[in-house]
Structures are given as structure tokens and as C-alpha cells.
Design a protein around this ligand. Structure first.
Ligand SMILES: Cc1ncc(COP(=O)(O)O)c(C=O)c1O
Length: 305
């Protein structure tokens, strides 16, 4: 998706002009995939822009870095403030936010211990990742021929740049085959997640979502949706899902910061009821929640001013 530039990008402690936020071709992480990043959204609320669950996203950035043994030279609080400054500098009512920490220029080779860590935060306007009518019409899913990496090869609990080679291979395969998105199975053959979203499947009245041990990222939207679902009176559990659970699901949706809540209309050309009643109820509540319109979830909306 094309990027629309905004005035400033935060780099290593200062807001710099968008066009000057550049890196050297010998930047370490460009070569070895050892970066960690986040995808966050700010939404328009009646009190101005608010970043949804900002602190938890930055905490996950720090956890991803800890898995890589990377020392981010800014605390969670400093990066929360930096993110708010960057959002304010855009003047936009809402935007997508991409913080990234990476090994910079100066060292080469696989020993990352001497490498310096650079940090940047960029914001730009970004629409619905899986399409504007993903909630109403749903998306077509394909189970990927690519297997999600396991915890002993590339830790899927860390949101690292290198992990997304696996996701991109699956995404492109699915798109070229005429589908909207890919579902990744783990090396045991069980469902883990999509290339950039967590999965919820309804079977026998229960919503089931694969957890971290299945090879899924611990999604912040996954947690939001589970909370909303339970508050709406649904039973929501973490659990293992086989491929067949998807084909015979009562309903299914995927969720993530970029994709928000997107219904699934088919898996490998097996049609699913879409959008199902749980999907519709949760998607509607999610849309209000992120915009600060649900009192009990107000604390998730971190206002920038
Ligand atoms: C692989 C993967 N799984 C799940 C998610 C959903 O995570 P979140 O809801 O925190 O955006 C994302 C998005 O960051 C992702 O890239």
C-alpha cells in the first residue's frame, strides 16, 4: 500500500523532516533482519486523537527487543511520549504509527552485541488493511503452503522484522492465488495465525483463538476482542485449532491493529456464514471502543494532548 508522507518522523530523540529520515545502506538490521517494530493506530475521538493501547504496544516493543537481547536506549515512558509528539506533529485526527528499533550503521557481522540501536517512529494515514468492506463482505482465506516458524527457529512472540519474511511469502502466495490473506499452520500442523492478524473461530457457541504457544503473536487486538467478547456475554477461550475446525466453523474473523476486526467468508473455498452474529457484535463494539465511545474501555485510549 502506498505511503502518504506526513511532516515529521521521530529519529533517535528528535523530530526530523520526513524526507531527511534516512539510513545508510550498510545499516546492520537491513542485512540481518534484527529489528523490532510495532503497528499502532491513533483514532479520532471527541477529545482529539487518541492512540489505542499505546503503552502496551511500546511494552511489547521492549519485550520483542528483550528476546533479541537488544537494549532499546529509550524507556517505555520516553517512547510513549515520543509517539504522542509524532502523532501531534502530523496534525492528523487519526493515523497508523510505526515505531521501529534496529541495529544501525557502524558494525557488520552477526554479533549484534557491539551494535548501536537506533529508534524511529513514523505516522501516516492508513485505511482498512484488508479492505473497506472486510467487516460486511468478509475476506477469502487460503491456508498457506508456508509453515509458521516455531519457537526454536524464529521466536514468533517477538515482532521482529526478520519474522516477516515468513509472513510475506505466505501473503504473496495467497494474493497470487486470488485470495485476500493467508492462514499459517505451525510445524505441528495446527492453526497459528494469519500473516498479520490473530484468528478467532466460533464452534459450538465458543470463540476460540490460538495462543502464543501455537506460534501466534500475542495480539493486543486479540486481547481487546477477547475482553469485548466476554463483556458481551460470549465464551472466549485460547485453544488449539485444526485445519478442519476452520472449514466447519460457525463463523470466523481475524483481528489486528491494521486489519481491525475483519470477517472471513471462506477458507480454501469452503464458504462460511459471514458476517456471523458474534463477528458483527464484536466488530461494532471494537469500532466504538477505539474511538473512545465506550466508557468502560476509555483507559485504552491514550490521548495525545
Ligand atoms: C503476525 C501478526 N500476528 C498478529 C498481529 C496482531 O497484533 P496486534 O493486534 O497487536 O496488532 C500482528 C500485527 O501486528 C501480526 O503482525
Amino acid at each position: 500500500m502506498p505511503i502518504t508522507p506526513t511532516p515529521k518522523i521521530w529519529m533517535n530523540g528528535a523530530l526530523v523532516d520526513w524526507d531527511t529520515a534516512q539510513i545508510h545502506v550498510l545499516t546492520h538490521s537491513l542485512h540481518y533482519g534484527m529489528g523490532v517494530f510495532e503497528g499502532i493506530r491513533a483514532y479520532e475521538t471527541d477529545r482529539g486523537p487518541a492512540v489505542f493501547r499505546l503503552t502496551e504496544h511500546i511494552e511489547r516493543l521492549h519485550r520483542s527487543a528483550a528476546i533479541l537481547m537488544m537494549d532499546i536506549p529509550y524507556s517505555v515512558d520516553e517512547l510513549v511520549e515520543a509517539t504522542k509528539d509524532t502523532v501531534r506533529s502530523t496534525g492528523l485526527p487519526g493515523c497508523y504509527i510505526r515505531p521501529i528499533a534496529y541495529y544501525g550503521y557502524g558494525e557488520m557481522g552477526l554479533n549484534t552485541l557491539p551494535c548501536k540501536v537506533d529508534v524511529a517512529i513514523a505516522c501516516w494515514p492508513w485505511g482498512a488493511y484488508l479492505g473497506d468492506d472486510a467487516v460486511t463482505k468478509g475476506v477469502r482465506m487460503k491456508i498457506s503452503s508456508w509453515v509458521r516458524h516455531n519457537h526454536n527457529t524464529m521466536p514468533p512472540a517477538a515482532k521482529t522484522t526478520g519474522n516477516y519474511v515468513n509472513s510475506s511469502l505466505a501473503k504473496v502466495e495467497a494474493l497470487k492465488a486470488g485470495y485476500d490473506e493467508a492462514i499459517m499452520l505451525n510445524p505441528q500442523g495446527l492453526v497459528s495465525e494469519c500473516t498479520g492478524e490473530n484468528i478467532f473461530v466460533s464452534r459450538h457457541g465458543r470463540l476460540i483463538t490460538p495462543p502464543l504457544f501455537a506460534g501466534a503473536l500475542e495480539g493486543i487486538t486479540q486481547d481487546t476482542v477477547a475482553t469485548i467478547g466476554r463483556d458481551l456475554g460470549f465464551e472466549v477461550v485460547e485453544g488449539e485449532l485444526a485445519r478442519s475446525d476452520l472449514y466447519i466453523a460457525d463463523e470466523m474473523f481475524v483481528c489486528g491493529t491494521a486489519a481491525e476486526v475483519s470477517a472471513v467468508n471462506s477458507v480454501d473455498d469452503r464458504a462460511l456464514p459471514c458476517p456471523g452474529p458474534m463477528t458483527q457484535a464484536i466488530a461494532a463494539e471494537y469500532a466504538k471502543t477505539v474511538r473512545g465511545q465506550v466508557d468502560k474501555y476509555q483507559s485504552w485510549c491514550e490521548h495525545v494532548s
